[in-house]
Write a protein that binds this ligand. Sequence first.
Ligand SMILES: [Cu+2]
Length: 495
Amino acid sequence: MRLVPRALAVACGLALISAAAAFADTGYPNKLVNTYPAASYAGEQHLHFKFGPIHVNPGPNTVSVAPIKADGLPSVPGYITSFTPNLTDLDETVPGVDVVHLHHGVWLVDGAPQAAVGEEKTIVDMPRGFGEHYDPGQTWVMVHMIHDLLPNPTDVYITYDMTFVPDTEPAAADIKPVHTLWLDVAGFRAYPVFDAKSSYGHKGRYTFPDMARTATARQAIGPAHEYVVPHDMTLVYTAGHVHPGGLWTDLDVTRDGRTVRLFRSRAHYYEPAGAVSWDVSMTATKPDWRVQLKKGDVLNVSGTYDTKRASWYEVMAIMPTAVYDGTDAGGADPFVTPPDTTGILTHGRLPENSVHGGKRSGLPDARDMLNGRPVEGPIQITNFLYGRGDLNAGGRIPTVRRGHSLTFLNKDDARTIWHTITACKAPCNKTTGIAYPIADGKAGFDSGELGTGPVGFWPVSGKVSWKTPKNLKLGTYTYFCRVHPFMRGAFRVVR
Ligand SMILES: [Cu+2]
């Protein structure tokens, strides 16, 4: 069982933290099985590294930056031809994605992002004849955001497996060096995210940045969504990164006013509920995909999200692309021969994505609760509970008069614990999992991550309090915390 002990939360207050530790994940087998036709070389090595242990405090999903030491890297120069990242417990089993997940990890090499992973856990395989060249003189830095979804601390490793061909192997002579071009709709920033709200887009599809209309939506557009090709070059590989709700990323090129699609990296959801969770695998370009570009061509990346079912906050659309700085590696001019825009899934279904949630729980249906008195003063969020508004509090539902707003105050920020108040469809009282709850409340409100710290680097809003919109109609509103989806609350707008 991997349930958050809801009853304990009320009964024991702070004891919740130690009590929940008893429910910590026991770990799934590491079954990140490559489904992509990987190239192999005589003399290749299979290197396994782990970064950490990393102590993860419950509450925040901070961005951390730390150097990768020599024992986390090959000892000799050579080519990295495949890269398989994961997040594991200390015993190197894999925690449930509903318990703790690697929101993203980026390996910076000499200051530039080379490899990256999100919770979709894409395995990167360079096509035959290409590799990222490694040299022990390089400076490697790990940037990561690990998200603990429970109120108990945990310790994890970021692991990465490399297929590595040392320069001293004869096979290395046939490998051409590639480097990573970072195409990111909201980059370059420490936290390159945008919102895909249910009110955005057309017929429940929102393509960013193309369909970003409002000033707020457009603010999230980053310069890295475009790239002007500085000299003739060949693209040899790409795969996209999206969050739950994401459907695909597109890579296009424009020359003389004409635009051609180079690749669409599709999110294939194993998730039974559809495009709502991390139970997903992305497609990568096929091994024979090669695109020859000319100086002055403009690459463009976009991401498309499903906004019919829910709003998606702080999401990403990134296409790290492997570039060979030459034109002697095959491939064709995409304006003459359109490239194959279909791809191959990089892995199958992962056992750590098995807790979907959405089952009956002991929480009440807020719509049946009796009115409490209008709330005076803010609703105080403490110790992962929405105070009087928490569905665990039982009794009466806090009320607010129409035309007024209810104020929430995150007292947990003092312990660097951030929370959101995010509308979800009533009753919003089912069990927590990777597919439940989601931000599907009609009212569509979201407080942002209530917390203080370096805004723009950490995902905090910089505020600890938030007011509900004044224009809410009469009725019962249910909400959850995007950081800790087991947290649920409700209030009612009354006459
Ligand atoms: Cu929270």
